[in-house]
Design a protein around this ligand. Structure first.
Ligand code: TRP
Ligand code: ZN
Length: 890
């Protein structure tokens, strides 16, 4: 907990470190009621800084350190006394007498009572660490910044019986017994790394072993460590790891560099996973997956997160960030890499649809709220608050745009140059761009505005067809709303992938006015001006434009499509993503009309064109089932909120439910047929975690969710049968969720009880059980959630549980969370106040729904702001919560 007002840190104040740490030798003595950390740091003056100011003497050495009890300190073997150094609650300072020296320190820390899950802590009976971004300073006094890279040697000592497995980064080089039933192991990491990539684990763990032969025929041992009861849930992660290693060799030419790669699954973890060198630590939810306990979505998440952390070995570890403002250098790039990997492993179009829907719902909302920031922020109070959708997801979109602009080959040349030029260095987003520029002979200076300007650009598009001249012009006007600290924005470079469709649904050849001949039928127009137009010639008839194919830029594009035109694009666009997008826009138009009717107290009337459009998808057996499922999923309430000027929570919910009910009725027969056909295949074959099977089950399950709206007995029977008779969690959980949202109270209660009884010992499955109930939009949501807080499987100390129950309620249950009496807001604020003391990172993340007050009516705004004020006044706040609350209230 802070003792002073937290202060803002600025990118413009960056200075290289005064000192470097060539070697770091750590010894951990782990005990049940405390741990001891001995650190020997081989240090020297940073020559770069000395050269910049040659006359000056040696500057003071200021080491970071928090919540450490200093036991001893010496420099070059000479024990220091308190007068030789200064201590405050986050630093240890002293005046070096030579340009090179060795510091030895011993501190006592308390992992056993660390509930913040940062630094060294216990998850169940095992010790583990989380050092990114600034957790290492809670382990020992250090220069805890990513531009200080050091060679680490780590010795762990612990009781042999409780902690037979002792792990750290790199390779094990020595081990032996100790007195009192203890033992020790020494690990050495040959690669220099910043402290945020340090890790250790001690526990009674089992491991699944495999190996991988690299492109230069080196054998790498692969190990996934888990608690013994989970040893049967590691195969999918292991397969994903091997696929990732091969893919990074094939697509990026990147080979793994150590002889061993380890993953450890822990139950208590603030995020998804962490890319510590050679020793990735994972939230167990991102490792464990088998048919009976994990859904298709969970299987795909495991594959993606394993890949993401593995890919960091190059994009993050070998080449790391100079400072935390550059976080997107590693995260945006690595998200792009894992997204491409998932696209190659599964269905490319479906992956793109999922990512874009997620970005537009959540990142666009962040970009429109009080916490909006550029992909490279220029100031922060608490860096943990900047592991955001903007840094990760929008950052990935920025990298994707470069890929679109330079092409796959040019991009690969750029990354080759980047890795070769900066291997072993801590660099900036500018260095990444420079490598892309140099490898491709292009100028990306205007493009770089994507890193420095926040907010979601708007792109309004107009058209003009001249039948006489056979020319067709597209005019673009871009603008970007103000974001905190940024009033006026300069034009972005916006790559717009596009094509033109003729009256037969065919792609038309594209020839711009200044071109000698037509080239292709799909191309990328680069919009660089605030207003700009492009004229195509030889355009034989009035075309229909297909714009922003594949979502080629993270913008809000508007074009005045009619509903009939959208239906036409849904059928004929050659770009799969844009076929889905046309369906979404059609749904949005229809839903917004219903929302308006509901608000005016009119009877809602569904535009039958939506029924027709979705019906024809169901009738077409040749379409990809996953695409049909995606098209059938109407835009979510959160997305409808995001695109509203002022969101009417109840009208949005009523309109969407009305549309779902109408569709269910009108399309009952085809849905029922599709459901039964798919269910039959699922019933008669064993679970397979592959794209075609994901597709079949997703159509089956969305069909079931529509069918259950009919409340027909044969559907209820089918749902119960699916719930009871299946070999996998995807079918079982979908059936449970549908029951939970149905009016069949008896069946619902019975299913929930059977499920909980069967899975009570599996925390990840219980998370799902909490989530489906927390997200249920039926009246009484808050009461149900409050009751579940008292369930024996629930605890505020486990972030997965907090997300499953409180996060799902506040993020996925808008009608209940936004109850007009403010009870949902009050509940959330109460939990945040409690969590502020337990786990500041999780508390700050839970705040997100309250920061979105700007979207709601005046009464709700007042209630939401009232709760933010109450949190602010609730006592001593962590810097995490303080930053989000105070920025949300200006
Ligand atoms: N670098 C991690 C990733 O790849 C992020 C992360 C894991 C993290 N644990 C954290 C960030 C704890 C902040 C705090 O996504
Ligand atoms: Zn990452």
């Amino acid at each position: 907990m802070r003792t002073e007002q937290p202060k803002m840190i600025y990118l413009k104040d960056y200075q290289a470190p005064d000192y470097l740490i060539d070697e770091t030798h750590l010894t951990f003595e782990l005990f049940e009621d405390h741990s001891l950390v001995h650190a020997q740091l081989v240090m020297r003056r940073n020559p770069e800084r000395a050269a910049a100011d040659p006359g000056a003497g040696l500057p003071p050495l200021v080491l970071d350190g928090q919540q450490l009890e200093l036991l001893s300190l010496s420099v070059d073997g000479r024990e220091l006394t308190p007068g030789d150094y200064q201590l405050d609650d986050s630093h240890l300072s002293l005046q070096p007498e030579a340009a090179s020296f060795v510091i030895d320190s011993s501190v006592r820390i308390h992992p056993e009572s660390n509930t913040a899950l940062e630094g060294l802590y216990k998850s169940g009976s095992m010790f583990c660490t989380q050092c990114e971004a600034e957790g290492f300073r809670k382990i020992t006094y250090y220069l805890d910044r990513p531009d200080v890279m050091s060679k680490f040697t780590t010795t762990l000592s612990a009781e042999q019986h409780r902690y037979p497995v002792l792990l750290s980064n790199g390779n094990p080089i020595a081990s032996g017994p100790d007195e009192g039933g203890r033992h020790w192991v020494t690990w050495e990491d040959p690669f220099k790394k910043p402290a945020y990539l340090f890790a250790l684990v001690a526990g009674d763990l089992w491991c699944v072993e495999d190996s991988f032969t690299t492109m230069t025929q080196r054998e790498v041992a692969l190990r996934i460590y888990v608690e013994p009861e989970n040893i049967d849930k590691c195969q999918h992660a292991m397969d994903s790891l091997k696929k990732s290693m091969r893919w990074d060799e094939e697509v990026y030419g990147r080979e793994y560099d150590l002889d061993i790669f380890m993953i450890v699954a822990v139950n208590d973890f603030n995020m998804g996973a962490m890319e510590n060198k050679g020793l990735n630590i994972f939230n167990s939810s991102c490792v464990l997956a088998r048919a009976e306990t994990a859904t298709d979505a969970a299987h795909q998440r495991v594959e993606a997160v394993v890949a993401h952390e593995y890919f960091h070995n190059w994009s993050g570890n070998r080449v790391t960030c100079r400072d935390w403002f550059q976080l997107s250098l590693k995260e945006g790039f690595t998200v792009f890499r894992d997204a491409e990997f998932s696209a190659d492993m599964n269905s490319r179009t479906v992956k793109r649809i999922e990512d874009v829907a997620y970005l537009r719902t959540h990142q666009f909302a962040e970009d429109a709220g009080p916490m909006a920031h550029p992909v490279r922020p220029d100031a922060f109070i608490e860096i943990s608050n900047f592991y955001t959708l903007t840094v990760y997801e929008k950052g990935s979109e920025v990298v994707r745009m470069i890929h679109t602009l330079v092409g796959a080959e040019g991009f690969r040349q750029g990354t080759d140059l980047y890795f070769a030029r900066h291997d072993g260095q801590a660099v900036t987003c500018d260095d990444f761009i420079k490598a892309m520029e140099d490898a491709n002979g292009i100028d990306l200076s205007q493009f770089k505005r994507w890193y420095s300007q926040g907010g979601t650009p708007r792109l309004a598009v107009g058209e003009a067809y001249d039948a006489q001249a056979k020319t067709y012009s597209l005019s673009f006007r871009q603008s970007c709303p103000a974001t905190p600290g940024q009033q006026d924005k300069q034009p972005f470079v916006i790559p717009v992938a596009m094509g033109l469709l003729d009256g037969q649904g065919r792609e038309m050849p594209l020839r711009l006015a200044d071109e000698a001949a037509a080239v292709g039928t799909s191309r990328v127009l680069s919009i660089t001006e605030a207003e700009q137009s492009f004229t195509f010639v030889d355009v034989a008839e009035q075309p229909l434009p297909s714009l922003l194919r594949g979502f080629s830029a993270p913008v809000k594009l508007s074009f005045p499509y009619s509903r009939d035109q959208l239906m036409y694009l849904m059928q004929h666009d050659s770009d799969g993503f844009n076929r889905w997008e046309a369906g979404q826009q059609l749904s949005v138009q229809v839903l917004q009309e219903l929302i308006g009717q509901h608000r005016r107290g009119e009877t809602m009337v569904l535009d039958q064109r939506l029924v027709k459009a979705l019906g024809s998808l169901l009738d077409n057996a040749t379409l990809d089932q996953a695409m049909v499922a995606e098209m059938l999923s109407l835009p979510g309430e959160a997305y409808l909120t995001e695109i509203s000027e002022v969101a009417d929570v109840d009208a949005i919910h009523a309109a969407r439910e009305f549309a779902r009910g109408q569709l269910a009725e009108a399309l009952f027969e085809p849905l029922w047929q599709r459901y039964q056909a798919n269910r039959e295949v699922s019933r008669s074959s064993a679970y397979v975690a592959e794209a075609a099977h994901f597709a079949r089950r997703s159509l089956q399950n969305i069909a079931l969710s529509y069918l259950m709206l009919s409340t027909r007995p044969e559907v209820l029977a089918a749902c119960l049968e699916q719930f009871e008779v299946c070999d996998n969690m995807t079918e079982r959980l979908a059936a449970l969720a549908v029951l939970v949202n149905s009016p069949f109270e008896e069946e619902k209660a019975k299913a929930l009880a059977t499920f909980a009884d069967f899975f009570k010992d599996n925390p990840l499955v219980m998370d799902q059980w909490f989530s489906v109930q927390a997200a249920c939009s039926l009246p009484g949501g808050l009461r149900r959630v409050q009751q579940l807080m008292g369930h024996p499987a629930f605890t505020l100390k486990n972030p997965n549980k907090v997300r499953a129950l409180i996060g799902a309620f506040s993020g996925q249950n808008p009608v209940n969370f936004h109850a007009t009496d403010g009870s949902g807001y009050r509940f959330l604020a109460d939990q945040i106040i409690t969590l502020n003391a337990l786990n500041p990172q999780i508390a700050a993340r839970l705040l997100a729904p309250l920061t979105r007050w700007g979207k709601y009516d005046a009464a709700r705004q007042a209630l939401m702001k009232g709760e933010l004020e109450r949190i602010l006044a609730s006592g001593e706040l962590s810097s995490d919560v303080f930053e989000v609350v105070s920025k949300s209230l200006v």
